[in-house]
Design a protein around this ligand. Structure first.
Ligand code: IPM
Ligand code: MG
Length: 372
């Protein structure tokens, strides 16, 4: 059966990095028999230009009909002056909410080849393997009321609402416990329960949910401390579960442990494992179109897509190994370059991954007719 994949290039470096993920997909199809039908649709600034909306209805409908969605990046200075409801970022938030992908998995792993690319000491980060589970469609990103207005007294004010219902906390907690169970069975729940009622509820519900997972060791940590611990001693963590905004901030912070935000993919899943897959980095408008962006986060996002939504574990592993091979050859995009390595552009890095995959197909001897 053929898998249906919807590809949303988006803005900035989105189209360039996604093109390399598509090259990877094409090699999986030709060399390993992966059967996938691909469609493209506009989102973000590109969709604003084409259709006047950051998430056209047709794009959401295609996303709902697909087995998985691969997304590039969104936003850019061109659309910064748009009214807030029409900002490109709203398109991504509406897509996440529309697809119901509440569970955002953000793995942070350090490739041995990139230990020296981290700004932290190698002994602090080498061998690191943590997973941030971020609640993605609730909390302050979506809470109502929200406003940027002028009050009766003439002063402008901004307002957002942080609100979680217990079932929203329970479902993300269950995903986090289940994921921890398949790893080192340690879960750290991050909140601000010393100040926020929402966090008090979060902590209560996570603690209750722990009863369903007696084999997973649970600890709680305040978010300010968690930020400090992530740079002080990151290997103390296995799985971290946290709310939408804390997860946004901590995952950028944690990305630097791996050397570059350009390396990190993410998966956002609904309760049936249908998913939206994206690099965690943004659209980087300053380097867009210059063939310098790192395509590896997008390619690794494709690997997560193969694993989590298409059940193509072998293909996922092949892609991850091919990325590893490209790094072992010493190839580096600008964000991860260091002395003694070879600087390459976006396309060359994508081609190197494709070549490594082809090479793997030849050595495995399962060529064009082999099945994944
Ligand atoms: C992320 C991004 C998004 C977010 C933006 C682009 C809306 O920063 O995926 O982490 O805040 O969720
Ligand atoms: Mg972010």
């Amino acid at each position: 059966m053929s898998h249906k994949i919807l590809i949303l290039d988006g803005d900035g470096i989105g189209p360039e990095i996604i093109a390399e993920a598509e090259t990877t997909l094409a090699v999986l199809a030709s060399e390993f028999g992966l059967a996938a039908e691909i469609e493209h649709a506009p989102i973000g600034g590109a969709a604003l230009d084409a259709a006047g909306q950051p998430l056209p209805e047709a794009t959401l409908a295609l996303a709902m009909a697909a087995d998985a969605v691969l997304f590039g990046a969104i936003g850019g200075p061109k659309w910064d002056a748009m009214p807030r409801e029409l900002r490109p970022e709203r398109g991504l938030l509406a897509l996440r909410a529309g697809m119901g992908v509440f569970a955002n998995l953000r793995p942070v792993q350090v490739f041995p080849e990139l230990v020296s690319a981290s700004t932290l000491k190698s002994e602090v980060v080498s061998g690191l393997d943590i997973l941030i589970v971020r609640e993605l469609i609730g909390g302050i990103y979506f809470g109502q009321p929200r406003a940027l207005e002028r009050g009766r007294d003439g002063r402008r004010f901004g307002m957002n609402t942080l609100r979680y219902a217990e079932d929203e906390v329970r479902r993300i907690a269950r995903v986090a416990f289940a994921t921890a169970r398949a790893r080192d069975r340690r879960l750290c729940s991050v909140d601000k329960a010393n100040v926020l009622e929402t966090s008090e509820l979060w902590r209560q519900v996570v603690t209750e949910t722990a009863g369903e997972f007696p084999d997973v060791r649970l600890e709680h940590m305040y978010v300010d401390n968690a930020a400090m611990q992530l740079v002080r001693k990151p290997k103390q963590f296995d799985v971290i579960v946290t709310d939408n905004m804390f997860g946004d901030i901590l995952s950028d912070l944690a990305s630097m442990l791996s050397g570059s935000i350009g390396m990190l993919p993410s998966a956002s899943l609904d309760d049936k494992r249908r998913g939206l897959y994206e690099p965690i980095h943004g659209s980087a408008p300053d380097i867009a179109g210059r063939n310098v962006a790192n395509p590896l986060a997008a390619i690794l996002a494709l690997a997560m897509l193969l694993r989590h939504s298409l059940n193509e574990e072998r293909c996922a592993v092949r892609v991850e190994q091919a990325v590893r091979t490209a790094l072992q050859l010493g190839l580096r995009t600008a964000d991860i370059s260091s002395a003694g390595t070879t600087s390459v552009g976006t396309r060359e890095m994508g081609d190197a991954v494709a070549a490594a995959l082809r090479q793997a197909a030849v050595s495995a001897g399962d060529g064009a007719t082999g099945r994944a």
